[in-house]
Design a protein around this ligand. Structure first.
Ligand code: ZN
Length: 274
């Protein structure tokens, strides 16, 4: 894990930059804030990522950092095992914690983008402030396991990257219209939710760590970030053609399917949604 919290100057360089191109390369956790995301992503400018100031992290920030590192380590244990079972070798992703803005292999991003995975540098990026938002803006229950679910979802995108799924989807998206591309995006996102559920299943089997209410926290977070829930809140209506991440019901369904089945071969969201 890389902890870039408390650094200033790691933030996005202000002004200028080509907007939008990079958005295709990274997988956002939510699909409902495209305006904010586009504004938040700019071309990387050279030399802008040198830290200039460092402040001491608070005790609570340190504790959160340790929790995130533990969850990431748990995803490594699980995916190593699942890959081994399938005769494959799991290469671990890195996770970067940041505040406000960050430079990535996919360009610069602000916290407005929400947590995301960049396939170019194989890193998951998170500003932990998102989790306050998950409760206050999205209406999720919150809790530790909501954070674990989000990390597991982003690691799910890393798994898709390793398995070649993301590349195939990107190619297919270029050969279809916008509604078709969105449908493919939904299948990709729901599979990441399925992988998050699968992780929870294996993690429980291997480490016996689940506490009362943990799964509900994950399901509440999954439900809160459904496209329909976000569209209703931000636009006052639901436009299924514009879905990029799936409905609340679908996100919950696929997480649960991964969690209860514990079988990676049940995660073909692409066929089931066709
Ligand atoms: Zn995602």
């Amino acid at each position: 894990m890389e902890d870039r919290r408390g650094m200033s100057g790691g933030q996005m360089a202000a002004g200028g930059g080509i907007i939008g191109v990079i958005i295709l390369l990274i997988n956002m956790f939510t699909g409902g804030d495209a305006g904010g995301i586009l504004n938040g992503i700019q071309e990387q400018l050279p030399g802008s990522d040198a830290p200039t100031e460092q402040r001491e992290l608070t005790a609570q920030e340190k504790e959160m950092g340790e929790f995130v590192a533990t969850v990431l380590a748990d995803t490594e244990d699980v995916w190593k095992k699942v890959f081994q079972e399938n005769g494959l070798n799991y290469e671990e992703p890195k996770l970067v914690l940041f505040t406000d803005g960050v430079q990535t292999g996919c360009g610069g991003a602000s916290s407005a983008a929400g947590p995301f995975y960049c396939p170019v540098d194989r890193k998951v990026y998170m500003d932990l402030a998102f989790f306050n938002e998950l409760q206050s803006r999205f209406g999720a229950k919150g809790g530790d396991f909501a954070i674990a679910y989000v990390i597991a979802h982003e690691v799910g995108h890393h798994v898709q990257n390793l398995l070649g799924t993301s590349d195939k989807v990107r190619q297919a998206q270029q050969q279809t219209d916008e509604a078709g591309a969105n449908r493919l995006s939904v299948a990709l996102e729901l599979q990441a939710d399925f992988y998050a559920g699968l992780w929870a299943h294996y993690n429980q089997e291997m480490n016996d760590v689940l506490e009362e209410g943990d799964i509900e926290e994950a399901l509440s977070a999954a439900s809160a970030v459904g496209d329909d829930a976000i569209q209703k809140r931000t636009q006052g209506r639901v436009v299924p053609d514009g879905f990029t991440h799936g409905t609340s019901e679908q996100r919950v369904y696929w997480f649960k399917k991964g969690y209860s089945g514990g079988n990676i071969s049940q995660g073909n969201t692409f066929d089931e949604l066709r």
